[in-house]
Design a protein around this ligand. Structure first.
Ligand code: FES
Ligand code: FES
Length: 190
């Protein structure tokens, strides 16, 4: 088996919120620490460091995962999305972030980055969840402040808003297709 010196450094390159980034780290460095200390992306928080609290959740190739349970070297060449990527630094909040603000779905905010990254992934996969399903998804996160109910309200509101917008788009497309039907010409040959 190949032996790796305890303190040997490895250069890890990845796409962080769509931007190519890289830094050197030890083989045992956690992705959570690499993001915060190696790349300066401190939006990702670290709580329990053993996969329980969910504070460190990021998206790896679009899937919400614990960055404290992932080695930085495992993220080589992957797409990592963190809370910093949910909206532009000087732009408006994403619809999900704005809903959290409206519903007071955060207080101290320590859990919030991880919860947002899970919810963002979840709503892509499950655009029309029930309250029970949202609560089950949130069971992977610990929040000591909110009691979870405002978070559930925010997620359900965004699911409903996105669903309504999608239905309105579909109706508008159907109406414009009906207004300009595709003409079918038959060819008799020559
Ligand atoms: S810090 Fe990763 S799950 Fe708690
Ligand atoms: S807002 Fe404080 S832990 Fe969730």
């Amino acid at each position: 088996m190949k032996q790796i010196a305890r303190d040997s450094l490895h250069t890890v390159r990845l796409q962080l919120n769509g931007v190519e980034r890289g830094a050197a780290c030890a083989a045992r460095t956690l992705l959570s620490d690499f993001l915060r200390e190696g790349l300066g992306a401190t939006g990702t928080h670290v709580g329990c460091e053993h996969g329980v609290c969910g504070a460190c959740t990021v998206q790896i190739d679009g899937v919400a995962q614990r960055s404290c349970m992932t080695l930085a070297v495992q993220a080589e060449g992957r797409h990592i999305d963190t809370v910093e990527g949910l909206c532009d630094a000087d732009g408006p909040l994403s619809d999900l972030q704005a809903a959290f603000q409206r519903h007071h779905a955060l207080q101290c905010g320590f859990c919030t980055a991880g919860i947002l990254m899970s919810c963002d992934d979840y709503l892509r996969r499950r655009p029309d969840p029930t309250e029970a399903e949202v609560r089950e998804m949130l069971s992977g996160h610990l929040c000591r402040c909110t009691g979870y109910t405002p978070i559930v309200r925010a997620v359900l509101e965004i699911a409903a808003q996105r669903g309504a917008a999608q239905a309105a788009n579909a109706a508008s497309n159907a109406a414009s297709n009906a207004a300009s039907p595709i003409s079918v010409t038959s060819s008799t040959g020559s």
